[in-house]
Design a binder for this molecule. Sequence first.
Ligand code: PMP
Length: 415
Amino acid sequence: MPTAIDVFAKVRGHERAEQLRAAREADLLPYFRRLEGPAGPVVEMEGAERIMLGSNNYLGLTADPRVQAAARDALDKYGTGLTGSRLLNGTLDLHLQLEAELAEWMGTEEAIVFSTGHQANVGTLGTILAPGDTVIVDSADHASILDGCLISKAKLRPFKHNRLDRLEKMLQRAVDDGGGVLVVVDGVFSMEGDIAPLERIVELCQAYGARLMVDEAHGAGVLGARGAGASELLGVEDQVDLRMGTFSKSLASCGGFIAGPHEVIDFLRISSRAFLFTASGVPAAVGAALAALRIIRSPEGPELLKRVLDNGEYLSQGLDALGFRVVRGEPAVTPIVPVLVEDDWKAVLLWRALYDAGVYVNVAIHPAVQPGGALLRTSVMATHDRAVLDRALEAFKDVKAKFEAEHGPLPEPAS
Ligand code: PMP
């Protein structure tokens, strides 16, 4: 009797698996490194102290005693987990309070809390889009946006990162597709750190009758006077139909949300599979996010936002002065300060040299970025002080000189 081929066969000798094995063998793997203490500006990692320039804890609130106390209180009051969906036994007063305050913060009618940001994107796009609709995405959008689009089976029309002429072409085609049209962009792009030109994107969406969703994962708790994200900073909040955010960055926890009009949010509550068919976020995570949100919205918030952005500017200028090619966040700097390396292998070698010099950064190689676009993604927190950033810059300086002598020049700053 004929039998099926082994479905596991594809993992053997797979290019990715081979890369992983080779990097592990040479102890050059920049991923899955072990943290041995709190996720602060300086961390204990694999037996040594390292400056953390690879975290999304932008405001440093994971260490805030009020956020920690809120997590502890929620744990004490409700236990370790809810063991059920939001629909059934998984909704707490904490979820409802958080949803109400998130909607107020975003200036929308309502908000809905998911167990992760990834699920918020998948569970919204996979529900609000249907076969026959068209969804237009920036090629640098987060993977969870793409996953949601694919699940929906809507027609996917990507445009090259920030090329609004291409976006307009896609909008023209989408109108001819004949279904509903949604444009989805990151407010702040997670790897490049740049801000989407939302003023023009809003105009184009309105001209063609398309709805707009903005992923504010890296903008919320960072940009705008209220810290409500890129949409606030660029003055287009009223023209953005849906705003997504996560608790896994400035909100110092884990979870995600969608904010928007009542009719859409209510529909998600009873239709979104990634909302209904998963356990609700653990009480400690929800309590921590609520406490972090309250700090951001308190009179303390603007000072925290200023500090993280000033640190972003300081690191960006410092790295530029050392001769690295830094990708500048336009029109404003963000906490994400990417250093372009271009070549994947060089990026990994440079990561290792920095790691050995006591600085941890993130490495983004293809397919996280375009081929030939490898970068070290550095990011700052409000709680990095200048002495620590200066130490990191000193390490970058030493490493650059040695690295270039051995491996050739790194890309120079764009003039
Ligand atoms: N959107 C963007 C732009 C992100 O960077 C991330 C997380 N890296 C997510 C969504 C998913 O968020 P979460 O970590 O809460 O799943």
